[in-house]
Ligand binder design. Sequence first.
Ligand SMILES: O=C(O)[C@@H](O)C(=O)CO
Ligand SMILES: [Mg+2]
Length: 254
Amino acid sequence: MTTFSANLGFLWADLPLPDAIRAAKAAGFDAVECHWPYDTPAEHVAAALAETGLTMLGLNTLRGKAGENGLAALPDREPEARAEIDRAVDYARRIGCGSVHVMAGFAEGDQAHQTFLGNLDYACRAARPHGITILIEPLNRYDAPGYFLRTSDQAASIIAAIPHDNLALMFDCYHLQIMEGDLSRRLAAHREIIGHVQIASVPDRGTPDHGELDYRHIMAVLRDLGWERPLGAEYKPQQPTDQTLGWLPVLRSV
Ligand SMILES: O=C(O)[C@@H](O)C(=O)CO
Ligand SMILES: [Mg+2]
């Protein structure tokens, strides 16, 4: 049976994070994940996780100044990028969260590529003692124009260049359908480096039961590939989240 993680960056985003965790539990999710939890003390999040029995699967590094979308590929910003990596790894460690998405930022070119490699090497070393995986995620050109990481192949070549086994691809079906399509073959080609899978409808980033992607098919592909971890529901609810969950029992029963 496929299991699902509620992305609390979008779902129940109006609630304090501990209450969002409780709401995800009450709605029947199997796990949670978030974007930027840092305004909430880690011990409050850890307590809500312990109370509900849910695990926080992932969180992101902070994006930087207003208008920025991560720092890790920005030349000459290594001290800030690494401080954010340290902050994220420490927070993840304190709440028992298994992965940290290191956000690349708006950049291009070889210097950005080299900077990203250096910062990812740093992140993998910082995360390893805590059993934490570092994730990198290609984002689509419409939501994040100019974002350094755009395709699964680019992510794969970066992962191959880093000599650590705790670096993996966040395969967000929403972004990669927009950028590349051909998702069944993309999932198979990159199976060994995928660390987390996220879902939402395309193109409107709504509930995963409509739009140009049929997630019943994607779920069958993932099952055939031996994927058993929760899929991250990272969609933007157009109504209060509790009123948008009709897709959950339907996809769960597939
Ligand atoms: O897809 C997304 O936007 C998120 O997974 C993320 O972490 C970057 O904002
Ligand atoms: Mg995503």
